[in-house]
Design a protein around this ligand. Structure first.
Ligand code: EZ4
Ligand code: CO
Length: 409
């Protein structure tokens, strides 16, 4: 199964996506996702200029060998651009192998370990009434686990909160990347946030009861001692997880957080290799691995990372925002279905334009996703549709403290 052509499709239906398309001499087409939010063209160039020429003529079946070749032979290791590019190749090759086998990819990963993949959605509101509406809409849309983000009094723009309430007839669509030539500037005050957030969870538990799994994303904005306090303050509300409480490239920081709270911790959406997790996993400082298949070297690397985590009773919580393309989502779903230590899957739903470009076979029913049973990933790309949506510059916002200091995303 020799690789005949390798090309990169950059398109922007609803938002930017980088897709790798690998075609074999017998005409099979495999897809991989290399989307890196706000840095899309860097991955596109890495793939087009430095990886595609190396792949033509190689055996598409050699998934492990190709991964090792790209990781080791480039000399420069790790980093989000490199690992997104390797992920795109890896997922495209797994797609091809499963198509050649005539099986859905999860069968090649060991077969299904469950009947469905529990998913969580993103509810948000600028106040309690708006937040409750958003949670109800998610429940009606079939979600059975909900991430809760809200505005904070005194802060003008908070990440994770939709600017438009979904009750105004618009589809709820929190999309942090703005289609502007410069990143938007937001503000932040950690003390105000720490004071306000527990009252929000108290209100949500009061309205929706004790059973509904609730999650929250701290987006790396706390120091270890602040995160320890928030974890303690949220214990009465029984969170499924508190995500990205500190900037975790300092893995040791989690020792302090862990020593003070039993709120489960999830970390890793900005990580890109197993090395970012060494201390976190070996010392059992987290409960969920948040990496995306798309940003962590693909199925091959994620499988090894999650097998390592499994030895320490740490589960998966694969990153699945809308900046993971339907190709990257499908890869996550096949892996979710196959691994034993599955935890939960993030699922935000793409917009209608994205669905015009990417035809998908996965389903979402009563809280559970399933990747479907088409051979391969089960996703195809409509090139004519992609051509209608050319790349548009779009950047994630950043935030400053009251005195003007740039703070963590
Ligand atoms: O802000 O994917 O948990 N999910 C998240 C996401 C991230 C975006 C950044 O590209 O934090 O919404
Ligand atoms: Co997050």
């Amino acid at each position: 199964m020799k690789i005949a052509t390798v090309d990169v499709v950059v398109c922007s239906p609803d938002r930017n996506f980088v897709t790798l398309r690998v075609t074999t001499e017998d005409g099979l087409v495999g897809l991989g996702d290399g989307t890196l939010n706000g840095r899309e063209l860097a991955v596109a160039s890495y793939l087009r200029d430095h990886v595609a020429p190396l792949l033509v003529g190689r055996d598409a079946h050699a998934v492990e060998d190709t991964w090792q070749f790209l990781y080791r032979s480039g000399y420069w290791r790790r980093g989000p651009v490199t690992m997104a590019a390797i992920a795109a190749v890896d997922v495209a090759l797994w797609d091809l192998k499963a198509q050649a086998a005539g099986m859905p990819l999860y069968q090649l990963l060991g077969g299904a370990s469950r009947t469905g993949i529990m998913a969580y959605g993103h509810a948000s509101g600028r106040d309690t009434a708006e937040l409750f509406d958003s949670i109800r809409q998610h429940l009606e849309a079939g979600y059975r686990s909900i991430r809760v983000q809200t505005s904070v009094p005194g802060i003008n723009a908070v990440y994770g909160v939709a600017a438009q309430p979904s009750s105004e007839g618009k589809r709820y669509d929190y999309e942090p990347a703005q289609r502007t030539p410069l990143p938007a500037e937001e503000d932040w005050d950690t003390r105000a946030y720490l004071r306000h957030l527990p009252s929000v969870f108290e209100a949500v538990r009061g309205e929706f009861g004790p059973e509904l799994p609730l999650l929250h994303d701290g987006h790396h904005r706390m120091t270890p001692i602040q995160a320890a306090r928030l974890g303690k303050d949220l214990e009465p509300y029984d969170l499924f997880w508190l995500e990205d409480c500190t900037p975790a490239e300092n893995q040791e920081a989690l020792r302090l957080v862990r020593a003070h709270t039993t709120t489960p911790l999830a970390i890793g959406e900005v990580f890109n290799t197993v090395w970012d997790y060494q201390t976190l996993i070996r010392e059992q400082l987290i409960d969920y691995v948040r990496s995306a298949v798309t940003h962590t070297g693909g199925i091959t690397a994620m499988r090894k990372l999650l097998d390592f985590a499994a030895q320490y009773q740490i589960k998966s919580g694969i990153h699945g925002p809308t900046d993971i393309s339907p190709v990257g989502m499908a890869a996550a779903l096949h892996l979710d279905l196959a691994i034993h230590n599955f935890g939960i899957q993030e699922y935000m739903r793409h917009g209608a334009l994205t669905d015009e470009v990417f035809r998908q076979s996965f389903t979402f029913d009563d809280g559970y996703l399933h990747p479907g049973n088409e051979p391969g990933l089960g996703v195809t790309l409509d090139q004519a549709a992609a051509d209608r949506f050319p790349y548009q510059p779009a950047y994630l916002p950043f935030n400053r403290l009251k005195d003007g200091t740039v703070h963590d995303w």
